[in-house]
Design a protein around this ligand. Sequence first.
Ligand code: NAD
Length: 276
Amino acid sequence: MRELSGRVAVVTGASSGIGRALAVRLAREGMSLMLADVDRGGLAETAALAGEAKVLTQITDVSDAVAVRHLADRAFGELGAVHVLCNNAGVFQGGYMWTRTPEDFTWMLGVNLWGVLHGIQSFVPRMIEQGTEGHIVNTVSVSGLFAGPYAGAYALSKYAAFAASQSLAQDLVTAGSRLRVTALCPGGVRTQINRSERVRPADLAMARTRDDLAAQSVVDGLVEKGIDPGEVAAAAVEAIKQERFLVLTHPGYEQGLRDQAESLLAGTLPATPVYE
Ligand SMILES: NC(=O)c1ccc[n+]([C@@H]2O[C@H](COP(=O)([O-])OP(=O)(O)OC[C@H]3O[C@@H](n4cnc5c(N)ncnc54)[C@H](O)[C@@H]3O)[C@@H](O)[C@H]2O)c1
């Protein structure tokens, strides 16, 4: 989809980080925006950063199917169409697989997987019906390609989000649709992902463990050394224009994928991934 100007984009998780950068970048491309998040103050700040663009905002918990359906109703109703859907909202909680609680899995799968699925189910049928070109960008993660230590619950939500992206892309091609898909797989990015507990629902409260504190310091380091979210947004926009399926933001990951495939084909556990 080469021409973005005059068209409409929806971005979830738009109050911070990569979602905010996507919103600003898509506004600069001349798109009208529907921005969604659970953080009201952050949404208003992002809307202000979008300059002259037409921007609507809606408080939306992406893990809630009804809330996402309302978001879609409003986007199609008030902006007339949706051409780009960015299923971007996400949260992180680290720790060993055996110390994570059902609440940890419920929270992360709710936002990172069900958020993507609800976006697909509420928007894609109407985007197909519209009959125009269109693109769905799912913010996955390098953790959706390489399962490392200390992040099992996050990795499983992201592997599933990656599978949802690839399956959606295959379904759209098979159905003869003009919609395309990108699985955006960043490594470390300077955002607030390491402070996800700020938006964690009280009924899914967490218990701190030593391993999750160790994971926290790993993620703090990754975020601190991470790239600027604007770089990720620029790569996503390029992928929309070039109809690219997979976006890796860090150069070492291409070789990492080859090495992982070789290890798996040899029947061995892939080396511990080195996230940058
Ligand atoms: N920062 C990184 O290093 C990195 C790396 C790979 C992938 N990612 C992914 O990028 C995406 C964006 O995260 P970020 O790094 O910008 O972090 P961030 O914390 O800065 O932004 C995430 C946004 O999602 C929102 N959010 C959380 N739960 C929500 C819910 N239930 N409904 C709606 N919105 C919700 C938050 O309020 C926040 O505005 C996530 O999917 C994350 O997993 C981040």
